[in-house]
Design a protein around this ligand. Structure first.
Ligand code: CAA
Length: 411
């Protein structure tokens, strides 16, 4: 049975900052952020945009833009690192807002940035084993990445959601049923205790953990392949990775190349030119959205996938690899095949017009938003007004009353 992605959509928050502005405000050379990390802009969520509002809007777009019958959705999963409640899942708010059927299997998954990929694998299995009975799965990756102001992680924040419909009519991308490598190890590279709204991170160690996990997942994938040669780098037209910041994808591709070549390749060596060429052909062109959105944790890999699909045709794209990493940690490496003719959906998946319409914030405005978000506390918040935050559209977070989160468009 063919299983894969039938529909995909990204939803952005409505504000951003230029990282050059942030660098200037922090007294840092802007090239550290733009070249050293490979990031240009960073999405900033106001207090009225949260994981729920992002997920609802992305889910609506995926279903509406591709004309999918809401009654066909039999499973709804939201993968998130930044859920809004220790108990009630984001997915239930989405279920209500979209008016999905009551016998829809609905839940939330968590494993840092790996949460949505885990849900994609589950959806794939649900359909492949025949239990979906013609129904489709809506999988949404929704996150707001937060570090403290002035922290080294600050330029690697972001916000946004990617929604995907997984089905047996994969009009965009089909998953390889054989290649599915996994890796798990207990590491303290990035975590967020229940009492904290911001992540704790051991930044340089997290990069090491990511790269070790890539080696582990790749080794497992190749071990499972009947003909491993079919999955060598020279057989792949594109490699997409989890992208906390664009430079991380370059480091990931470097390690992928080394494993593939069976040798260590120093950045100062002549051979590194081959790594750079491979990166510029297979990965770098699909990082343009990540560069202007920032880290969206669970959705970062899929944002890069959207970029790949909007920039290619099926004539030029046959076989791709996808690497997902979630701190803590878990990782996967899998192979997928863009579906012939997928390019007819390009306009439906392209988020660039929406990203271009965002409003640029000054750094003092951004800092004020972060401070207000931090000061909301646990009690009643009063009612937020969209006009005060310069927001438009439906499904915004209105604030807390009696410990209940309230949303426009939801009773
Ligand atoms: N011009 C050009 N480049 C410059 C520069 C300048 N003036 N100054 C520094 N650089 C380069 C550095 O050489 C370095 O490049 P390389 O890594 O290629 O050597 C790069 O800019 C970053 O410099 P530093 O390492 O000095 O930066 P830092 O110590 O401030 O921290 C960071 C960088 C560790 C990524 C930090 O931003 C962070 O902790 N981010 C959050 C954690 C993270 O994203 N981890 C990724 C792996 S974990 C994961 O993927 C899960 C997840 O989503 C969180």
């Amino acid at each position: 049975m063919r299983v894969g992605i039938e529909a995909i959509a990204f939803h952005s928050v409505q504000h951003y900052i230029e990282l050059a502005d942030l660098a200037e405000a922090r007294g840092i050379d802007p090239e550290k952020f733009t070249k050293g990390l490979g990031q240009v802009r960073m999405a900033v969520a106001t207090p009225m945009e949260d994981t729920v509002t992002l997920a609802i809007n992305a889910g609506l777009k995926a279903l509406e833009n591709f004309g999918i019958d809401y009654g066909d959705v039999g499973t709804l999963v939201v993968g998130t690192e930044s859920g809004v409640d220790h108990s009630k899942p984001v997915a239930v708010y989405v279920h209500e807002a979209l008016g999905l059927r009551s016998n829809c299997h609905t839940y939330e998954t968590k494993h840092a940035c790996f949460g949505a990929m885990a849900a994609v694998f589950s959806a794939n299995d649900w359909i492949s084993c025949g239990r979906a009975d013609g129904s489709k799965a809506l999988v949404i990756a929704s996150d707001i990445a937060r570090y403290p102001l002035g922290d080294r992680g600050e330029p690697t924040q972001g916000a946004g959601a990617v929604a995907m419909v997984i089905s047996d009519t994969p009009n965009l991308l089909q998953f390889d049923s054989e290649i599915n490598g996994h890796y798990t190890k207990h590491v303290m590279d990035f975590w967020r205790p229940l009492y904290s709204s911001k992540a704790f991170v051991n930044g340089h160690y997290s990069i090491e953990c990511y790269l070790r996990a890539l080696e582990g997942a790749l080794a497992d994938a190749l071990d499972k392949a009947t003909i491993p040669e079919l999955y060598k780098l020279n057989q792949l037209q594109a490699c997409v990775y989890h992208v906390p910041f664009s430079k991380m994808a370059a480091k990931a591709h470097h390690r992928h190349f080394e494993v593939d070549a069976g040798e260590k390749i120093d950045r100062e060596s002549k051979r590194f030119e081959d790594v750079k060429k491979s990166f510029s052909e297979k990965t770098s062109p699909w990082l343009s959205l990540n560069r202007i959105v920032g880290n969206i944790y669970t959705g970062s890999l899929f944002l890069s996938l959207i970029d790949l699909l909007r920039k290619n045709t099926s004539a030029g794209l046959k076989q791709i690899s996808m690497f997902s990493y979630g701190s803590g940690c878990a990782a996967s490496m899998n192979i997928a095949y863009p579906t012939p003719g997928f390019e007819r959906f390009k306009d439906k998946i392209d988020p660039e017009p929406e990203l271009n319409a965002r409003r640029r914030l000054r750094i003092d405005e951004y800092e004020e938003i972060m401070r207000i978000s931090d000061s909301l506390g646990t009690g009643d918040t009063g009612e937020f007004r969209a006009s005060e935050w310069g927001l438009t559209g439906d499904f915004l977070y209105l604030g807390n009353r009696n410990h209940i989160r309230r949303y426009s468009g939801l009773s």
